[in-house]
Design a protein around this ligand. Structure first.
Ligand code: PMP
Ligand code: GLN
Length: 382
């Protein structure tokens, strides 16, 4: 009998809900992915590069042209000059980047602070590094950091903090003031920051993304992670990047080179071409997704769901207690899928210990207008 290294884990909620949506024919607003395609020019570029013979290993650290484009983007958006050669690493997806960043700094017995509800890959990655996750719940109803709890949780064993802004699943944002506060709290401690910014371009209502890249003091100890999959509507490409100071990048690369060695070559060529030709894609994204959020929320106005519009990401939380207060969110997500034809994600699964009265489910609004209309119609009929 094999002795499991992750005995309490099965398949993820994303696999389970997408599977149930498929079996029942429900509209799938559960797992986060668009039901529309990435830009034509981007997809054409992949075919072009495949046919041009760009099909062998890419450099371990990533295609230089793509690293240059990433460096150019962060200089423009966040005012940070990074060395594309030493500080930018292209990875096969943000999930792999997070795993490698955690492996780089977490040793046996170390503690890593995560804020619940948190993305499901953090805790297993910490555990596999021999570390222990300290789960701190974000303060309801706004899902902000509880600073007293954070301060109280810091010990000599704390090795890293995982920050995620814009935040999945709540859609909340960390502001510039929060970065300053965090910097002050960890100033004299040997703590690294893993900043999951995969939704960096999905911020609404004129807000600005407070990237750790804008913060000198935090950047000096940070791994900043993003995902081309989110930004270019191609989640299945599993291509992302890490920006970290030279010394941290060097450690991360030692691990990345033995987890996967490099990212997929023709995708990197295509992304480099597209980023160069269409720098406006990222600056147009907030309006593009805000329109989807607003359409979905306007349509849900006549439903019994209660919500505050997401400040970022492509997820909308909704409180269902006016529909059924007697069921857990896991049961509710299943009931919505089976009985009402709309699949959603329960929030409690992203907690070590979810608040007892949590009545929230998450809908992904990265969908075509017709999909959102159809889903909203079904939800309003309940
Ligand atoms: N972090 C968060 C918060 C996410 O929502 C996702 C999306 N799946 C990822 C990381 C992983 O991104 P990727 O698909 O590029 O691995
Ligand atoms: N990040 C996506 C979400 O939150 C799912 C990614 C996955 O399926 N692992 O829905």
């Amino acid at each position: 009998m094999i002795q499991s290294k992750l005995p309490s884990l099965g398949v993820t909620i994303f696999t389970r809900m997408s599977q149930l949506a498929m079996e029942t024919g429900a509209i799938n607003l559960s797992q986060g992915f668009p039901d529309f395609d990435g830009p034509d020019a981007l997809r054409e570029a992949v075919s072009r590069h495949v046919m041009a013979g760009h099909n062998q290993y890419a450099p371990m650290t990533g295609l230089p042209a793509l690293r240059e484009q990433v460096a150019r983007k962060v200089a423009t958006l966040y005012g940070r000059t990074v060395d594309a050669e030493q500080e930018v690493t292209i990875t096969p997806g943000a999930t792999q980047a997070i795993f490698c960043a955690i492996q780089s700094v977490v040793r046996s017995g170390d503690e890593v602070i995560v804020f619940d509800p948190c993305y499901d890959s953090y805790a297993p990655s910490v555990e596999l590094a021999g570390g222990r996750c300290i789960h701190l719940p974000l303060a309801l109803p706004d899902f902000g950091i509880d600073w007293d709890r954070l301060q109280a949780a810091l010990t000599s064993r704390t090795r890293a903090i995982v920050l995620n802004t814009p935040h999945n699943p709540s859609g909340s944002l960390v502001g510039r003031d929060a970065l300053d506060r965090l910097a002050a709290l960890i100033r004299d401690r040997d703590i690294y920051l893993i900043s999951d910014e995969v939704y960096e371009h999905l911020v609404f209502d004129g807000a600005e993304h407070a990237s750790v890249l804008t913060h000198d003091e935090l950047y000096a100890r940070a791994f900043v992670i993003s995902s081309f999959g989110k930004t270019y509507h191609v989640t299945g490409w599993k291509t992302g990047y890490v920006i970290a100071p030279r010394e941290l990048s060097s450690e991360l690369r030692k691990i990345h080179q033995y987890v996967s060695f490099c990212g997929v070559t023709p995708l990197q060529w295509a992304l480099a071409d597209f980023m160069e030709a269409h720098p406006e894609h990222v600056t147009e994204l907030p309006a593009f997704y805000q329109a989807k959020r607003d359409l979905f929320c306007d349509l849900l106005g006549s439903s019994k769901l209660a919500f505050t519009r997401a400040a970022g990401t492509y997820f909308q939380l909704a409180d269902y207690s006016a529909i059924r207060d007697d069921v857990s969110d896991v049961e509710m997500a299943e009931w919505l899928t089976r009985e009402h034809g709309v699949a959603a994600i329960p929030i409690s699964v992203f907690y070590q210990e979810a608040p007892k009265d949590l009545r929230l489910v998450r809908f992904c609004f990265a969908k075509r207008e017709e999909t959102l209309r159809l889903a909203a119609e079904k939800l309003c009929a309940i």
